[in-house]
Write a protein of this length. Structure first.
Length: 538
């Protein structure tokens, strides 16, 4: 009871007064507006209780994209129906009484609790939508780092349209190149310039991927399969196959830097076997119409290199969209942030009415600082000595307010401390606070946050229960396809580096993650089609 008392005091510090104002007499359904139809928005929509809330989802995109399968769309391994779901069909199928509006939010006026939206058909048409609660899940965009030429010449890969554009451009380059070679062969005048044309053909068919994170690696792997399996075996392209090359450029030392070193090495070796040129420790510093420029990230004195390309795909990480940047500027507590900060309950920091939440790639979690609550923590330990072991013993209870104190986030065994004075405890807690890392921007985390938040809405906010547990992600592992039916996986207690069954494992995982049987059927059908007939050339 004593501990609970302390927690109530601390939670009342962090929890909202808004909760107490909920009107339970007439049980009016409060209006929840969700922004975005991606991993966060859709999973929140599928789990919120419509009998308790009046829910509207707003997104300029009327479908959900299963992003992990986008690289397969680039190469044609899968079709669009395997990796997308129409929002309205999802609503109908799940008998959800929520509304969907095809609009783009352009401004959040949090003081008056409304958002401004733009109609995609008539962009002059500005619409005001009021909310009681706002859930922001608008994702992020690809970071160009303001590098010259990126926006103009590079292809991003964030959505279905992007993947299809890359595919069309690659096939169009193949066709153009073939046409030119044929013209050469029939036109003796050009034929004398064959060497130059060889170079041109090589340049035109040089596919470059910038960024050796999981997006870049998977796109490179899929395109390599397309080249090595389908283009190679197609009679039509026999003459030009020899000109095709794929390169991946990574500024750091490793491909897949967030996986283990063994997996990074395995990926590099697999790519070499697939004839993918791997440039690690090189940054792309500029792109022009026909060339890109790289510079060594280790040897500062090394001259930059100019390399010609035919297609350049940019997968160098994330940046925030203008809506979020503008919103941050309006909140005094956040003006200096680069990304929207939410607390451990996913509530946007600095919003006095406590009714705006953010999930997914558009936010980072910045929990309440434990070192600012030393006395409460000492009270929670009771009469016991203040040691790291004691903190570990109480970590489950403490982490219900300070997620950074969870033994999943802090290794108490590695950071042992015998009896501490309150001052020493404060220093120890500063270390723990600094060590906290917001969950990385993945589909896995966006989905977990959506489930967590919908549960909070259904069971805590609605019941006026203001002792809310914080969000702590559960890392379930990461998977990446590295080409030629090889998959790498960094799992909590195990790692997979290719092997006979790795691709089957990958397929099973994604099959069960897909949202509908329509997608599962298309997933299986597309893989069978690819196996029997190869990838399509349209
Ligand atoms: P998104 O899923 O990007 O959704 C954002 C939504 O907001 C979209 O519907 C968009 O239309 C909408 N929106 C944008 N602006 C507005 C606006 N102004 N108003 C209203 N709506 C708006 N993660 C993994 O865990 N595993 C993987 O294998 C994996 N593979 C990936 C492969 C690729 C190619 C990419 C690009 C990403 C991959 N990710 C993966 C990362 C994952 O896709 C993201 O972390 C995830 O999509 C984030 O979910 P979100 O809801 O925040 O944003
Ligand atoms: P990322 O941030 O993980 O990787 C981007 C890479 O690009 C970095 O390694 C960076 O060093 C490199 N880079 C940046 N600028 C560069 C430049 N100018 N020249 C050369 N290299 C440069 O980005 P991502 O791969 O797009 O992934 C984004 C998020 O989505 C991550 O959280 C990732 O885990 C998640 N994701 C996961 C999977 C999966 O699990 N299979 C697949 C795709 C994406």
């Amino acid at each position: 009871p004593k501990i609970k008392g302390v927690f109530r005091v601390v939670s009342s510090l962090c929890n909202s007064n808004k909760l107490k104002n909920v009107n339970y007499i007439n049980k009016k359904r409060e209006k929840v507006v969700i922004l975005g139809s991606g991993w966060g928005g859709i999973h929140f929509l599928l789990n919120i209780d419509f009998q308790k809330y009046d829910v509207t989802l707003i997104s300029p995109r009327n479908y959900f994209t299963f992003t992990p399968l986008l690289p397969c769309l680039c190469s044609g391994t899968l079709n669009v129906d395997a990796c997308s779901e129409n929002v309205e069909t999802l609503l109908k199928k799940n008998k959800i009484s929520g509304k969907y509006l095809k609009l783009e939010c352009i401004d959040i006026v949090y003081k008056d609790k409304y958002i401004k939206c733009k109609d995609s058909i008539n962009s002059n048409n500005e619409i005001k939508i009021y909310y009681d609660y706002l859930v922001i899940s608008v994702g992020a965009k690809t970071n160009s780092f303001n590098i010259k030429g990126v926006d103009k010449y590079a292809f991003y890969i964030k959505d279905i349209i992007d993947a299809l554009k890359i595919r069309r451009k690659f096939i169009s380059n193949l066709e153009t190149c073939l046409k030119r070679i044929k013209t050469n062969n029939t036109n003796s005048e050009h034929y004398t310039n064959n060497n130059i044309n060889d170079d041109l053909a090589k340049n035109m068919l040089h596919v470059v991927i910038v960024g050796g994170g999981p997006t870049g690696v998977e796109v490179a792997a899929e395109l390599a399969d397309f080249v090595n399996k389908d283009i190679k075996n197609k009679n039509k392209y026999k003459e030009i196959y020899k000109y095709i090359s794929i390169s991946i450029i990574e500024g750091g030392n490793n491909l897949l830097p967030t996986f283990t070193q063994n997996i990074s090495n395995f990926t590099k070796d697999t790519f070499k076997k697939l004839n993918i040129n791997v440039y690690t420790n090189y940054y792309v510093i500029e792109i022009d119409e026909n060339n890109f420029y790289i510079k060594s990230s280790i040897n500062k004195n090394e001259e930059y290199q100019k390399i010609p390309y035919g297609i350049i795909i940019w997968a160098s990480g994330l940046a925030q969209i203008p809506l979020i940047n503008n919103f941050i500027k309006k909140i005094p507590e956040q003006v200096n942030n680069r990304i929207l900060n939410v607390n451990q309950y996913l509530r946007v920091i600095g919003i006095q009415s406590n009714n705006i939440y953010a999930i997914g790639d558009c936010k980072q979690i910045n929990p309440i600082k434990s070192h600012e609550h030393v006395n409460e923590i000492i009270n929670c330990l009771g009469n016991s000595k203040i040691t790291s072991d004691m903190l570990k013993q109480k970590s489950e209870e403490l982490s219900s307010i300070f997620p950074q104190l969870s033994d999943k986030k802090w290794d108490y065994n590695k950071n042992k401390k015998s009896e501490m004075t309150p001052k020493e405890l404060e220093k120890y807690l500063i270390m723990i606070d600094k060590n906290y890392k917001s969950p990385p921007p993945t589909a896995q985390n966006a989905k977990q946050e959506a489930f967590y938040l919908s549960n909070i809405f259904n069971n805590y906010l609605y019941n006026n229960n203001n002792i809310i547990p914080p969000f702590i992600e559960k890392w379930k592992g990461s998977l990446a396809y590295v080409g030629n039916h090889q998959v790498v996986a960094h799992l909590p207690f195990y790692e997979i580096k290719g092997g006979l069954f790795s691709f089957t494992f990958w397929k099973i995982i994604y099959m069960q993650m897909l949202l509908t049987w329509k997608s599962r059927f298309n997933f299986i059908f597309s893989f069978l089609r690819t196996k029997i007939y190869g990838r399509p050339f349209y």
